[in-house]
Design a protein around this ligand. Structure first.
Ligand code: F6P
Length: 319
């Protein structure tokens, strides 16, 4: 029988609850005990925790967010704080900790691992910028949320003959912008990974209007610039008028898609067996349908960049 800890950390993502549920239910199914630390690493440092039971994770499978809370916890960069967290894990006689979060959370996990705490990372972030997994938990849902907004914005842009610039999340990556822009047939998609020329962008939009397009939609990842900055630059350069929408935190909420629920459940269940098997310092992901493990140090060594073939397909199909 093992004593397994679990926490959610960093920006929340739809599917985190499904992962938590899988960790709890599989732990109990395997005869282990499982304890949640509330509000990410803060709960670990302050020992704000509780044992979890099957009923503790009832009716959360299709709920967005995380019922055990999350934080961004900068204090966790202090070695003394990390040592305090490691001490708590020992005092609680824990056999390992499962961390559901993004790259920032994995840096904390790696530091904990360096202090002798067995850790397993699960990629829970809408950004999809994590190496070692094709998709991160929450990404599919966020893209669907943005696509729904694109469809609604296309209606009003078309009615008024307007151009709308839609700013989406992704921190420093363009995964959300690329996939939602392709699915939504955006006239232009701007991502941090691929430079763009402002004059070319304006020319693309103006020539589309000249060909009879009733509207234009531009999806810009926040890592490039804000929608309002882009609108101002377009107006200053060629007098092009565009409306702007910042989707913001709506991309982080919502009921997870089936893909995210199943991904989250598969990864959570495997994390239990890896921890119980004495493995540590790894992240669990899904690659080409298979559940695989990758050393955390490798995951942290490089971000997963967007697939340029998908990006260029969007450009080739828009006319
Ligand atoms: O990492 C997920 C994310 O939603 C990013 O896409 C975004 O830039 C960031 O979190 C926002 O951070 P916060 O929730 O702390 O404002």
């Amino acid at each position: 029988m093992k004593r397994i800890g679990v926490l959610t950390s960093g920006g929340d993502a739809p599917g985190m609850n499904a992962s938590l549920r899988a960790v709890v239910r599989m732990s109990i199914h395997r005869g282990h005990r499982v304890f949640a630390f509330y509000n990410g690493y803060k709960g670990l440092v302050e020992n704000d925790s509780a044992e979890m039971y099957n009923r503790s994770v009832g009716d959360i499978l299709t709920r967005g967010g995380t019922i055990i809370g999350t934080t961004r916890y900068p204090a966790f960069q202090d070695p003394e704080i990390i040592k305090k967290a490691a001490r708590h894990m020992n005092l609680l006689d824990m056999d390992g900790l499962i961390i559901i979060g993004g790259d920032g959370s994995f840096r904390g996990a790696s530091d904990l691992s360096d202090h002798g705490v067995p850790v397993i990372g699960l990629p829970g972030t809408i950004d999809n910028d994590i190496t070692g997994t094709d998709y991160t938990i929450g990404y599919d849902t966020a893209v669907d949320t943005v696509l729904d907004c694109i469809k609604k914005l296309r209606d009003t842009a078309s009615s008024h003959g307007r151009t709308i610039i839609i700013e989406v999340m992704g921190r420093h990556s363009g995964w959300i912008a690329m996939r939602s822009g392709l699915a939504g047939g955006a006239e232009a998609i701007l991502v941090p990974e691929i430079p763009f020329d402002l004059e070319d962008l304006c020319h693309t939009l103006e020539s589309g209007i000249a060909r009879g397009k009733k509207h234009s939609l531009v999806v810009v990842a926040e890592g490039v610039m804000s929608a309002s900055e882009l609108a101002h630059m377009m107006k200053d350069l060629v007098g092009f008028v565009a409306n702007t929408v910042v989707l913001g935190y709506v991309q982080r909420g919502g009921s997870p898609t089936a893909n995210d629920i199943i991904l989250a459940s598969r990864l959570g269940a495997r994390a239990v067996d890896e921890i119980a098997g004495g493995n540590s310092g790894i992240m669990i992901g899904e690659v080409k349908g298979d559940i695989v493990t990758t050393p955390l140090k490798e995951v942290l060594a490089e971000k997963k960049l967007i697939d340029p073939t998908i990006f260029h397909l969007a450009e080739e199909l828009v006319h």
